[in-house]
Write a protein of this length. Sequence first.
Length: 979
Amino acid sequence: MSSVKKRSAQADKPPTISKDKSILLLSGVLSFLILTSEINLYIYAGPLQFYLAHIFIFPVIFFSVFIPEKGFTLSVATGFCYLLVSMATISDGMRDILSSALVFLAYITTGLLLSIVIQEIKEKEKEIEESRKFYENLFENSPDGTIICSGDGEILFINETATKILDIKKEKILGENISDIGINPESPEQIKENNTKAEMESSKLKFTGDNNQEIWVEIYGKEIDKKTGTCQILLHNITDSVKAEEALLKSETRLRELTSQLPEVIFELDREGNFTYATRYSMNIFERSPEELTSGTKLWDVIVPEDSQRAQNNFEWFMNGRIIGSVEYRAIKPDKREVPILVHFSYIIINNEIQGLRGVALDLSQRKHIEKALRHSEKNFKTLFENSIDAIITHNISGKIFEGNESAHRLLKTGNDELRSRNILDFFPKSEKERINRIINEIKSGKSVLFESTILSADNNILNVEMSSKMIDPAEEKIQTIIRDITERKKSERALTESEKRFRNLTDLLPQTIFETDREGKITFLNKMGFRTFAINADKPDYELNITDLVCASEKEKLMSEFLAILPEKASNVSDEGREYTGVTSVNKSLPLLIYLSPIGAQGECKGVRGAAIDISGIKKAEKELRKSEQRLNLAIEGAGICVWDWNMEKDEMFFAGNYQELFRCSLSEQNENNESWREVLQLKFFSDIMAFFSDITDVDQKKYSRESRHFESEYKMKCRDGSHKWINVLGKVAEWDEQEIPTRIVGIMIDITEIRNYQNALFESNKKLNLLSSITRHDILNHLAGVKGFTDLLDKKTPEGNPELKHYVKLIRQAADNIQDQITFTRDYQNIGVKSPIWQNVLSVVNSARARAQLRNVKVSVYLDNFDIYADPMLEKIFFNLMDNAIRHGENVTKIDVTFEKNSDGGTLIFSDNGIGVPEKFKKKIFEHGFGTNTGLGLFLVKEILDITGMKITETGKEGEGARFEIRIPRESIRYHE
């Protein structure tokens, strides 16, 4: 390597100018000296001098040529020898000395010049030899094969690399013709053409080596000796490259096939923006086939007009070598539908020049939809974050808080700015700091950590919390921590622990036997009642008792079977119901027992059985008494002629008891065979009436109250088995409901009211006739009363003004006539009370109707009511009218009347209040009595009577001097609210 560097340095070093000049100078001096000496010798020297001058030149030349490194010294020595000999033979004094001196200088100059020239020649020869060895090594060790052949193709030299490439031994190929190994030399014209080119052209050749392996070689040929035609052929093994190209071609083919299957359009554009290639997915996005796109279609031809110019500008920008990237466009289909797309561009570079663009077009329709959904999801997440009942805090590894939700502020008693200025570690007590640091290290490793701890809020309250922490952004080391306040839960757990401690003490207070056993059935715990019930001496701590010892001998096996059935391997046989056994005490006293068993511990860890043995002697006695009571009840039902029914609607089963046979004139078995009668009444009519009632109630409390307390009653006409008809009164109550608020079981009774109905019809006809008679009588009385009032007016006009006594009597007659008219009118209203059934009425509408009828004069009526109905007599409007009329008539200075409603647990209160003189305390109850008042005394009496029909009550609660206040209390079941 050092010799190579040396040669390189010498090759690069320019010729030494001073050395060349010295040689030229010495050559000139030598020529001058030789010429001068020869002239001088020729003219002045004798034969001896001439001979001596030329004889000594040979040693000088010899020493300078063969010993050049000492040539100068030996030349000087030879010169001195010549000078001594010459001096000895001088004949002509000074002239001979001058001639000898000139010859002496010529010797020295000749020796010096020859030494320098010979040394330079040897150095050049040495460099040539080193260069030869260097290039021989270079040829031998070159990664490319080298072959030197003569003009007729004989191989003169081949390096080791070439033999390896051709897989041929060197001894076998040297001296052979190059065409014998399958390499055809290029023509002389091609070689000469390569000599004139900066880069040689190559050719590829495939041949088979000695090992039958295919070898691809790239061959370069160049003439290195024009005279002999010697050529140098360079061989480059491109087998791997060719195989790589073949693999690349296959890969590109597979890539093309793959890209045609990808759910995006992969395309290429030429320098003018024309499509030159496109995958089949173009049919999905552009609805144009690759053939259509590559038939002169430009990129901006498939872009909407609004984006077309921008697409063209971007293309020109990219083709000018500017920054390339991704761009969003709106593609347009042939039917004018638009598709959002994202196009990723890259350059197509050939020979270091941009020849076009390659791109991938993605359909963003789904992505846009996903982005919209993501924004919606982020909004939902933000809502969840803000409205979460758990505190959520985002912080980094060191504890610096970035964000917290509203629950975090409430829990930690901090404001938003204050929380961000705090470190989450500040909220932990010092005793927890080391543990929290360990937890943070776990979080760093990517784990989600759930742990419990205590924290201090900003107001120094100690809170028990459950915390869940997880790394949400490893790059920025962000952690999200969810904090749940479990202070109350911890209190509950402590209370549960205390409760468990008290369990055994409490079992001693129970009136039942409580026991525990091991897996073999040995009783390990028995409460005090157990010792008393089975007459066991509790003072003996070493008592041994098995669970089977609690029952008689005939039932021991049965109890043991139940015991084994609840062990884990047969846990599916566990029953929540107790089973009856005949117990036996230690003194052989028998007693009925109800025994419950349950496993102790979870499945797979059952340690035994816990149970309760209940002495049911009292229950057995009560059952006996109950049977007697049921017998008495059945006798009472049959005696009263009542039919009891129980309808299970889920199973569609009906139970009848009592006077069913006499009521419907058929047996129970006949009714079960033909059940159309009770289905028509109970299922189609009665059940519909119940559901209609509850569907009209929107108030939850009202519906719950009605469900629990309301009895439903309706009258229906039924056809009996013998063809006759009967009226029955059906009373029922919903006993069970499902989750959808639909009744699943209804119980009730049916009573034959045919005779009562006949009496009612007869009474109705009688009342109808009486009402007709009363109506005719009222009409006749009012007609005669009109005559009396007319004649009274005539009498008043005829009475002289000077007779005040007669005028007074006329006035009394007129007042009496007015009172008679009011009382007759009252009988008409009172006659209608209770004639029609109560109905649901909208209070706001009825109040407004009454306000429209009342003669308000200058009185303002303000109504402050919600939208609700009450169940009342159809004369409800008359009530509201009378209350307004009463305020105007008797309030004296009334200017306003307010109508309001107050809701309460019992239902509600409807209030009519005014700003008149009010009602004296002593008259508050009397004003509702018949005949009390300044006029007829019938208005408020009529109000009270109408309200009593539906269970409503009215009272006056105002203060005298501040105005009257009438409160109507409405039961909860008589109110229904609208949403």
